[in-house]
Design a binder for this molecule. Structure first.
Ligand SMILES: [Zn+2]
Length: 454
């Protein structure tokens, strides 16, 4: 039981030195993942222990810069030559399985100098934070930041207990994401290989051969969100003017390294493989409608209450209930996904995943499982009198029918009806690739047994 003798600090086991940062980008440039490559360059006298981690946080917080991603690097001293997990300007980046910590204060000092040169301080939404520690903070910091809205004060108080050292810029809100990335202990996980552009090309149009992306998508088994076939579009390239050339996501790190070499077009300046929480659905909490909270993302079982309506802007709204009621909204940017909302009928049973909007309170549906469909039986005519063989007259809404010739009566339930086929089948439905969020677990991942049994 050697673990008993591992040094601890207030119960936290010592790890190699963790360096995490967040909120350095802006909507019109930089990218926190790019800073990871700059820091690896700067700290190349240290060894990388385990893959760099790219951690996505609560996508509903109103003050996020872009994708709400934070990064954690694990650094120290290792033995052996490690394995290649990236390349920066022709120099391979190597990763090691284990190593010993170094001085976190020195790592923080050196990293701050790099961050201060590149962070987009002029953007009002950019509030960088950087944390270094030889102890992994409690997992609650991750779960709080991916599912809820947490305060900087509560995070700093937790960091103090783990002996971490950190620096805040402007409001310093980035410390929340940085410490969340640092405290993430993967349950489910995926990988992303990200290739970056030469500094001279950043801001110009990206040249990526879409045929090579389709070929890569079709010839790999474990990648996802590569290409949007519904609305022909390359999904591995961002639309912002950031340093990323492309990023390929998947469940097999070795396959991603091969997939990277299949993309034709602009030559990357550098690339790096990340371990991530993307596609894990870690942000979803199981809730009943009555206990939904604003800014969170929930999974809830409900019954359709009303016929779907299409409101201005093309959004589809369906009223659902589980005792309490809420409007489930299928927004226009989800395009074909709205057809699922439109096809629902009162009485259908569904499982909805989505984000909670505060005012007016509604659920923005990001994924749906149709569990049970009611029969679509509609009235097609009045009943026929058995004696006279003539169509009977209605006595008013749900008042039944009466034969005009002989006076015979029939109840309303005897109307002529017909069962129509339903436009949807039970099962899962998701928006097209381009409208998915980073934490969205694609259906392509859900069918893989090894994922949920980690
Ligand atoms: Zn009759």
């Amino acid at each position: 039981m050697t673990t008993l003798f591992r040094p601890t600090y207030n119960g936290h086991p010592v790890s190699p030195t963790l360096l995490a940062f967040d909120d350095t980008d802006s909507p019109d440039g930089m990218c926190t993942t790019y800073l990871a490559t700059l820091l690896i360059q700067e700290l190349r006298d240290l060894d990388l222990i385990g893959l760099p981690r790219l951690v996505r946080l609560n996508p509903n917080v109103p003050w996020k810069t872009r994708g709400n991603a934070a990064i954690c690097l694990t650094l120290g001293r290792a033995k052996g030559s490690g394995t290649v997990c990236g390349n920066i300007r022709g120099e391979p980046v190597r990763v090691h399985g284990k190593g010993t910590p170094v001085d976190p204060h020195e790592v923080l000092e050196r990293s701050c100098r790099v961050l201060e040169k590149v962070a987009k301080f002029e953007c009002p939404k950019t509030n960088p934070g950087i944390v270094a520690s030889n102890f992994r903070p409690p997992p609650s910091l991750y779960w709080g930041a991916v599912r809820e809205v947490v305060t900087l004060r509560s995070v700093e108080s937790a960091l103090r207990k783990t002996g971490a050292t950190w620096r805040k810029y402007k409001s310093g809100r980035g410390v929340i994401g940085a410490s969340a990335a640092m405290s993430w202990r993967p349950r489910d996980r995926t990988w992303e290989v990200i290739a970056y552009r030469s500094p001279s090309k950043i801001g110009s149009k990206r040249t990526i051969d879409s045929k090579s992306v389709i070929k890569m998508d079709k010839s790999t088994k474990w990648t996802f969100n590569n290409y949007d076939y519904d609305n022909p579009h390359i999904a591995i390239t961002p639309s912002s003017p950031c340093p990323i050339l492309f990023g390929i996501r998947g469940d097999s790190p070795s396959e991603l390294l091969k997939a990277r070499t299949m993309i034709r077009g602009e030559e990357p300046d550098r690339w790096l493989l990340f371990l991530t929480n993307q596609g894990t659905e870690d942000h979803l909490v199981n809730r009943r409608i009555g206990s939904l909270r604003p800014w969170e993302s929930a999974r809830l079982a409900a019954k359709v209450l009303s016929e779907p309506t299409t409101i201005q802007g093309g959004h589809v709204i369906v009223r659902v209930t589980d005792g309490h009621e809420i409007d489930a909204a299928f927004y226009e940017p989800s395009r074909g996904f709205r057809d699922v909302g439109r096809a629902l009928l009162p009485g259908d049973e569904v499982l909805l995943c989505g984000s909670v909007r505060d005012e007016p309170r509604s659920l923005n549906v990001e994924k749906i499982m149709v569990r049970k469909l009611v029969k679509d039986i509609r009235k097609v005519g009045n009943p026929v009198c058995r004696r006279c063989n003539k169509s009977m007259g209605s006595m008013g809404a749900s008042q039944g029918y009466r034969c005009k010739r002989c006076g015979a009566k029939l109840p309303a339930s005897k109307a002529l009806t017909k069962e129509f086929p339903r436009a949807i089948k039970p099962g899962w439905y998701e928006p097209p690739v381009a409208s998915r969020r980073h934490l969205h677990k694609p259906l392509r991942r859900m069918s893989r047994g090894n994922i949920d049994n980690l």
